[in-house]
Design a protein around this ligand. Structure first.
Ligand SMILES: Nc1ncnc2c1ncn2[C@@H]1O[C@H](COP(=O)(O)OP(=O)(O)OP(=O)(O)O)[C@@H](O)[C@H]1O
Length: 264
């Protein structure tokens, strides 16, 4: 069953006489429950694509459909950002409950859902703390707990672990996978890390340099649960790693050429 359908999507930003062709003719179908990672050089339009799916930006051309359940009371999407996704004046539990409260879900349900996801991300003892009292990793845990507690149709994650140290990153990746395996949400996840994409996803979409197009769609048939050791050592995974690495090298060079040409 398809959850997201994108047809001939293009996005152009106009700035006076100049314009930026951020996305060009994106065609994509994502199935219900798929975990999809998007990789591509800086500026290729990854965030723009997510923002269009989150309805924060309008396409210049084309159509985006998110198939939601009939008469669903669920929100369509929740977004997790790289940083600053938590509300500073709310405690951990108030942050996690925020989306549910905005939707006026019954108090009992809000409490149960909030408690459940707070403990899932290991923050049970920190529920009364404010963001300024939390580490970067803890703040990202709050964002993840809030996104899942909100029970959206799809989850949009924009480099959620990019600002974390390696140890924290591994722990949060594992926690995310645990929750995802339980909920089977459809996830679109932007990353710059090939390892992260190989560890998390069912499918990796590679984007070209600007204007952003999807140039490769790699389906991973690697059994789960996966470990970083497997990702780093299995020959079939190393082959995919190299394929992605070569593609990114090429596209990053293209990006540099475009930049130089624009500056001249
Ligand atoms: N609101 C906007 N107005 C004008 N240009 C924009 C706007 N948003 C994005 N852009 C431009 O669109 C292009 C794509 O940006 P986007 O942030 O989607 O790229 P990205 O692939 O997410 O980059 P990165 O990996 O560096 O986060 C960039 O050239 C950017 O400058």
């Amino acid at each position: 069953m398809s959850k997201i359908e994108i047809r001939e999507l293009s996005k152009r930003f106009d700035k006076g006489k100049k314009h930026i062709e951020a996305l060009q003719n994106i065609d994509l179908t994502v199935s219900q429950g798929e975990f999809v990672c998007i990789l591509g050089p800086s500026g290729c339009g990854k965030t723009t694509l997510l923002r269009i799916l989150a309805n924060l930006e309008k396409p210049s051309k084309g159509k985006v459909t998110i198939h939601s359940k009939h008469n669903s009371q669920q929100p369509i999407q929740s977004m997790v950002f790289q940083e600053n996704g938590v509300i500073p004046w709310l405690t951990v539990e108030e942050n996690v409950a925020f989306g549910l409260k905005m939707r006026h879900t019954p108090e009992k349900f809000t409490k149960k859902q909030t408690e459940y996801y707070i403990s899932k991300v290991g923050l049970a003892d920190f529920r009364k703390l404010y963001p300024k009292e939390l580490s970067g990793g803890m703040k990202q845990r709050v964002s993840i707990a809030r996104a899942f507690a909100n029970d959206p149709e799809i989850l949009l994650m924009d480099e959620p672990f990019a600002a974390l140290d390696e140890q924290n990153k591994f722990i949060l990746q594992e926690e995310l996978l645990n929750i995802w395996q339980e909920t089977r949400k459809t996830v679109l996840f932007i990353t710059h890390s090939i390892d992260e994409a190989l560890l998390l996803s069912d499918r990796i979409l590679l984007m070209s340099a600007q204007p952003g197009k999807i140039v490769k769609d790699i389906r991973l048939n690697i059994p789960r649960p996966r470990t970083i050791e497997q990702v780093r050592s299995k020959p079939e995974i190393t082959r995919i790693f190299l394929e992605i690495w070569e593609h990114l090298q090429h596209e990053v060079k293209q990006t540099r050429l475009i930049k130089t040409a624009m500056e001249e």
